[in-house]
Design a protein around this ligand. Structure first.
Ligand code: NDP
Length: 273
């Protein structure tokens, strides 16, 4: 019997994780299958335990359950603890280990695939939802000069910044700003971790946001968002979130199987479909 894995979420039918992990398994010759579990909002924990009890080896967790996955884990990695959320669960005997690979996925896409240095750079992170919580720790690990968090609801930006100022060795470089306070600040990297692109909108940004050779990184993928169009029109290089998606999956695969798949062919494949 092949080892069983799945992505669990609500909704989950749009997820590309089954396709990505099938490619990784084929490429690395791992004997495993990977499915998708749609979980009713009230029954997430029940579904996770059912999967574990039936012999499942691991789960990826997507919206809106990453925080609850962290809550049900009996052991947590330090990167899950920093993010206060888990996107990867490992069933180990009686334990459910919660991990978070989103931030490592983003940083690997930025540094390995897109060849961007983060050390001593000025980074703007837009959004203070689950994705932003996941990426702050790995971004700070790279010792940027500044990590400014902007969000529509400033209380959420303040909570996120306060958490990382307190828990991360490089937390002193974290600050917050409203979208209306960004003029003249100029960033080397601007990450859009809002879901505004899903509605075809973007936060209002100043014309002088991007430093020379800046990269604008849109976490969404599969469409050109208003943020991507704005960034291109203001001289920034633009990337979407396909690389992050594949890199976080590769890190989960490595956690489960102990082997690291090649990501470039899978990123190419997803861009074609
Ligand atoms: P959440 O729902 O947790 O957070 C959404 C964030 O977007 C909040 O900060 C919210 O602000 C902000 N927002 C929503 N609408 C608007 C708007 N119209 N204007 C300004 N801000 C807005 O989502 P996640 O953090 O989980 O995900 C964020 C995005 O990242 C999604 O698009 C998701 O698809 C993508 N993502 C991509 C991944 C990848 O691998 N490429 C991985 C994870 C996420 P407020 O707090 O004020 O409501």
């Amino acid at each position: 019997m092949p080892d069983r894995y799945a992505v669990i979420g609500n909704p989950v039918d749009h997820s590309k994780s089954p396709q990505i992990h099938a490619e990784f398994a084929r490429e690395t010759g791992q004997d495993m299958v990977y499915g998708a579990i749609p979980a009713p909002v009230e029954a997430f924990e029940v579904e996770v335990r059912r999967f574990g009890k039936s012999g499942g080896r691991g789960l990826n967790v997507t919206l809106p359950f990453k925080h609850r996955a962290y809550g049900l884990a009996t052991r947590r990695t330090s990167r899950a603890e920093q993010a206060q959320a888990a996107n990867t669960l490992v069933f180990q005997g009686a334990d459910v280990v919660g991990d978070n690979t989103d931030g490592v996925g983003l940083v690997r896409d930025l540094t390995a695939n897109l060849q961007r240095a983060l050390r001593s750079r000025r980074i703007l992170l837009m959004g203070a939802g689950g994705a932003s919580w996941g990426v702050c720790g790995p971004l700070l690990d790279r010792a940027p000069a500044a990590l400014v968090i902007a969000n529509r609801s400033m209380d959420k930006a303040d909570a996120l910044a306060g958490h990382f100022r307190a828990c991360h060795a490089n937390g002193r470089v974290v600050s917050t700003a409203g979208y209306g306070e960004l003029s003249g600040k100029r960033f080397d990297l601007v990450i859009n971790a809002t879901s505004a692109g899903l509605e075809g909108t973007m936060p209002e940004l100043p014309e002088d946001l991007f430093a020379r050779d800046a990269l604008a990184y849109e976490m969404l993928y599969g469409r050109t968002t208003p943020f991507m169009a704005f960034a291109a029109a203001h001289g920034a290089l633009v990337a979407d979130g396909v690389g992050m998606l594949v890199e976080q999956a590769a890190e989960s695969f490595h956690v489960w199987r102990g082997v690291r798949p090649e990501t470039a062919p899978v990123i190419r494949l997803l861009r074609q479909t």
